[in-house]
Design a protein around this ligand. Structure first.
Ligand SMILES: [Zn+2]
Length: 587
């Protein structure tokens, strides 16, 4: 009787089943994620991944022992999946690393569950592997074939569907959506960003800043403000010649200096904001995070520095922007406090920044710099203004549906375009109100002050040929940004040369990367990265080519792509009148 082969088959099947259970346990988050969004094929991909080394001959039990650290991550990932239906992202890990005890109490139940679950799971896993998986068990030919084909079939599928170039991103996406690759990678990314934040404190310690003598009058209070706009298209500001009256308050503000030909350095926030605050040119975000910022220089010169943001601290487009807030003495974020999945909403309004500014102005600190990061004109537009600020009729639900149709390519309906344009113009009215109020608040301090407003990039509107009501692409409306400077009478009196410099360059074409140098110069500050020839306040102003980084990281010479045209230097209209046929201004 050939009894032993059957016994051996039964034994091998039991071992295989035990290996299947052990690997299922260390990749349990993938199985749970299948109930939310993960395709079942990804669950199989995740099962085969830990066995890859075994397919090359490693003993299976050794691999399972090496995978013990993954067991420690499983309960935390399960808690995350049950709470937010997603695996931990870089931004969730960062938020948890930075959160304080009070905020963490909101996650008390999942934290306790994950802690107890970890101990229980670890004990079960060790006992199970020790008793059920023989020490010398290795994969046979069939086992190796199963592992290789489970891993290779989806990769070959990606290659055949997306082509060689795009498939690299598709394969990366496949791995990063699967536990444990996702958690290990995002954990690494979170810790590397965190270490970059720590390095910024060292940068501040090492920074040397000097100040011109005429600015060293301690008896005169100095209160300065930089306001970073969001998706504001210069072509929709009536002070730049737009037919609709969108900026009436700013037009009545004495001493306002509008720069008429400024090109953004990038077409998305993540790439544009760092180049406003630091010296590296277009698209060098990582380099920017390694260099001193405008905030660092003012802080080193003895200013109290505040970063007040209507945006979020963490998220796909936020973390590398908000990193500069760590240079401030105090930072406040009105957007989602803890962004769990990196996709949270931007639900604050810019008006919410006003009480924060006023409260800090009342502290009567002698030297203050505010950096306000607004949400401005970023979609969805109806959430960016109050009913009082809306000058053009735009029902919220109707606007959102119209925008959805326009962005999905159905842009033929003039009524949709009218509604969307009305709502977009209302966001500019809200910016007009915000800036006029801030200037008024600064006036009340009677300090030596300047306010600089510049949008990170613009937005295509209803007149764009492609990509209406979007940004990210290189077009005139996205690249040409509004930049305004206001100086208080006492500032102008004390620093007449700087103000004369500004006034002489209102129509000079320059890049938004000059902002860092201009605003240092406006405080009479100098540091190793400062270039006076890039300051619009300097008589030596000599800006170089205007480079723009598109959303794919490609650097473009803006003036070669869009040769100069008359409309970029329009004369201020004396009496702007709403001429657009689409929409009637509210009284
Ligand atoms: Zn932006």
């Amino acid at each position: 009787m050939k009894k032993w082969p059957l016994n051996e088959f039964a034994q091998t099947s039991r071992t295989w089943f035990a290996v299947f259970l052990a690997v299922s346990l260390i990749t349990l988050p993938n199985l749970i994620a299948c109930f939310y969004w993960l395709p079942a094929s990804q669950w199989l991909f995740g099962l085969a991944l830990p066995l890859l080394a075994c397919a090359f001959g490693m003993r299976v039990r050794l691999m399972l022992w090496l995978a013990v650290p993954l067991v420690l991550l499983v309960p935390a990932c399960l808690a995350c999946l049950f709470s937010i239906q997603n695996l931990p992202s870089t931004f969730l890990i960062l938020a948890l690393l930075e959160t304080n005890q009070a905020e963490l109490s909101a996650f008390q139940a999942p934290v306790i569950f994950a802690g107890l679950g970890t101990l229980l799971l670890l004990a079960l896993y060790i006992a199970f592997v020790r008793s059920r998986v023989p020490a010398d068990f290795r994969l046979g030919i069939l086992g190796r074939l199963v592992v290789f084909s489970t891993l290779l079939v989806p990769i070959i599928w990606d290659l055949s569907c997306y082509g060689q170039t795009v498939s690299v991103a598709a394969i990366k996406e496949r791995c990063l959506s699967t536990f444990p690759c996702s958690t290990v990678y995002y954990g690494y990314e979170a810790f590397s960003i965190r270490s970059r934040v720590q390095n910024r404190k060292e940068l501040l310690d090492q920074l040397t800043v000097s100040q011109e003598p005429e600015f060293r009058d301690d008896a005169r209070r100095q209160v300065h403000m930089m306001v970073i706009g969001e998706s504001a298209s210069k072509s929709c500001f009536s002070l730049y010649g737009y037919e609709r009256e969108t900026t009436p308050l700013l037009e009545q503000t004495p001493g306002l200096l509008p720069f008429r030909d400024v090109a953004s350095t990038a077409t998305v926030t993540l790439l544009a904001v760092p180049s406003l605050l630091t010296s590296p040119p277009a698209g060098k975000v990582i380099e920017s995070t390694r260099q001193a910022s405008l905030l660092s220089a003012y802080k080193k010169a003895g200013f109290r520095v505040y970063w007040l943001s209507a945006q979020k601290k963490h998220g796909t487009f936020d973390t590398l922007t908000s990193i500069f807030s760590t240079d401030a003495d105090e930072s406040v974020f009105l957007g989602g406090k803890i962004d769990l999945d990196g996709k949270g909403t931007y639900d604050a309004t810019d008006a919410g920044l006003l009480p924060l500014v006023r409260e800090r102005l009342q502290r009567n600190e002698p030297k203050v710099l505010f950096v306000l990061h607004t949400i401005g004109s970023h979609g969805p537009y109806p959430g960016r203004y109050t009913p009082e600020q809306a000058r053009y009729p735009a029902d919220k639900d109707a606007v959102n549906s119209a925008l959805q149709r326009i962005r999905s390519g159905m842009a033929g309906d003039p009524h949709d375009l009218e509604l969307a344009q009305n709502s977009y113009d209302n966001t500019i009215c809200a910016t007009d109100s915000l800036l006029a109020t801030l200037i008024n608040d600064l006036k009340q301090t009677h300090a030596s002050s300047w306010l600089c407003y510049i949008s990170d990039h613009g937005e295509n509107t209803s007149t764009a040929r492609f990509g209406k009501f979007m940004h990210g692409m290189v077009s005139r409306q996205v690249v040409e940004v509004p930049m305004l400077m206001w100086v208080s009478p006492s500032y102008e009196q004390a620093h007449a040369t700087k103000v004369a410099g500004l006034k002489s360059h209102l129509t000079t074409p320059f890049s938004a990367s000059c902002t860092f140098h201009t605003l240092l110069d406006m405080g009479g500050l100098s540091c190793p990265d400062f270039k006076p020839e890039w300051s619009t306040a300097s008589p030596r102003f000599s800006p170089g080519p205007r480079q723009v980084c598109d959303s794919n990281g490609l650097i473009i010479d803006y003036d070669q792509k869009f040769p100069a045209q008359q409309s970029t230097t329009q004369v201020l209209p004396q009496q702007p009148t709403p001429k657009l046929a689409t929409g009637t201004p509210r009284p």
